[in-house]
Ligand binder design. Sequence first.
Ligand SMILES: Nc1ncnc2c1ncn2[C@@H]1O[C@H](COP(=O)(O)OP(=O)(O)OP(=O)(O)O)[C@@H](O)[C@H]1O
Length: 631
Amino acid sequence: MERQFPSLLKDSEIAERIAKQQSPNIDLITSNSQCIPTYHTLIEQNLSSPIQSDLKSFVRPISRFDQTKMMINDFKIGSTIGSGQFGKVFKALDQSNLKKKRVVALKRINKLKPKYSMNQLMRQISYWKQFNIETDDLDVDLITMTMNVDRCQWEIYLMKTVTFANNGSSNIVKFIQCMDSVKSKDIWIASEWCNLGELEWKRSTKDSMLNQWQFVLDEDSDSVMDFAIKAIDDLSKGLRFLNKVGCIHRDIKPSNILVDGIQKKLKISDFGCGLLIPESLPFKYDSLEKIKLKQLEIINECFEKELNKIIGTPAFVPPELCKFTTDGTTDDIIDNHTKVVKDGFKLDIWSLGVTLFCVIYNELPFSGENEFDTYHLINSQKMSTDKRDDSWLSRLVINGMLEKNPNRRVDVNDVRDLIHKNKIKKSPSMNKLGDNAKNSLKKFWKKISKSKSKRSLSLDKSNVVDDSNLSRITSNTSFSSGFDVSDEPINITDFIDSLTTKLPASSDDNDELNRINLDAHDTGENEVTTRRSSFSTTTSQSTPSLDIPTPIKNMIKIKASPEKASIGNSQVPTGTDLRTGKNMSNNSAIKMKFSKNIINFKNYIQNDQDVGSSDTIDQIKDYLNYKGDFT
Ligand SMILES: Nc1ncnc2c1ncn2[C@@H]1O[C@H](COP(=O)(O)OP(=O)(O)OP(=O)(O)O)[C@@H](O)[C@H]1O
């Protein structure tokens, strides 16, 4: 019989086994001492059926594969536009409506990625075992794929929710559909294509403009401040929308912001770390008031606990998440109010503040030599006074969004109000320039945007193309809005493999797997963490010279370090900048010492005085214990 893979289209083998047992409910879960409910396990146990039925109309079975025409269902696959940790992203032409073909981004996610350590797999098995289901016959690949399909399911559910709830927002990357089959080892996700890619910010000097920025600005706007205003305007609209639908992103950073030069918009993408507030979860409460209250209490507790986890990318993590004390709770020394993260939306405001700071000042606001230093600085370092200027925008970013106390930090409505009040004013840099300089700059950019807009005009505003202009569209610049199937085609064997039933993975995927294994070998450990809390506990095979508790060992391994991964997830590909989460192959990486260099903690403490006098072994232990407790 042909091998079947776990699929979004069908309950997993394990879900079917669980369903055969007594249906799990919150009371059952809480009365079982072995099982401490978490946000994600509650979703899995109680919410899976509304989520799945909601998703059904967006998951299309893979029914057509044409090797020569590079087609999957109605999508013609073109060049690679990026790669993430779990797969590649291709440009593709959606031909489902022949009169309105459109270019989309098609992400291929391998169900076998990431791989998990034996410890993680065992934890998952023991979690399933509490439902008295038979697990002895499950093989490692099946367990891995089931875990990954579940993770994808939540991310797709969030993408779908933020795309369609309240008519969506033009500042959020729109989800279109996903494709899967029990015969496919990959899940394919189609979303709107943003032709200018990730938000860039690193430049030669603070005042120089990036081409990408000019493409989304009006003709009379040409300064860094103009772009920063555009960025805060678009992104705060996106965040306000997320706020309305109850979604907390938790990983706002430049590489999760895509730029659309055709719509001239910045858009928030990547909901892999996202959460829905309890009120927005598709939860069916018990009709009995007493039970309903208990259920509400549990889900609120789990949500709050989840909110207090360190998730995201180190340089973008807010201070209230990276305070720690010996008892594993957030620090209440500096300010009682910051003891527990209550308002998840303020986390995103901070990260957006960091992103805008990068855009305005061409540097990160808090940037240590490694993850620990960075957290230390986020908590303790005051913003240098030379960064403060009189512009309303830098006051908003520095005093409002980067306010360390979340209770005093502005919320998204404050941001919108301030933008509204100040938007009509000219940017300060424009006012400082003399008229001649302004005019010649304007002319220069006008010229560039004209030549660019000629290319852009080949497509109309909605990325719609017809066959006649398809061939005319060029793709010889990084800003091309065209679709050319001949530019860097997908590897045929790779593609075929995605529809075969054979394991292991295709050559391309093997390469990626080998890379992961090689990394693991280099660092003495062989696993990756995932975004999902329920799967994120890790172990290390390395033996640090210092006798330290397991949570610390967990932290010292490379895969939990920010060089390879966002905290709490594994989404950052190899070669990603430690602090920014930005791909170093495309951007000038900032040289810094990675946490991987501190595998020997004792040496790190003894030799590295930069850590600061307050960073004693005990403090770092506290920090790591804290992290260990919460991941
Ligand atoms: N909709 C899109 N439009 C344009 N480019 C995109 C789009 N989606 C992804 N990309 C490009 O592909 C790259 C990889 O995207 P992807 O979402 O796989 O990476 P990621 O953020 O590392 O996520 P993950 O960790 O989930 O794999 C992005 O950095 C971006 O350059």
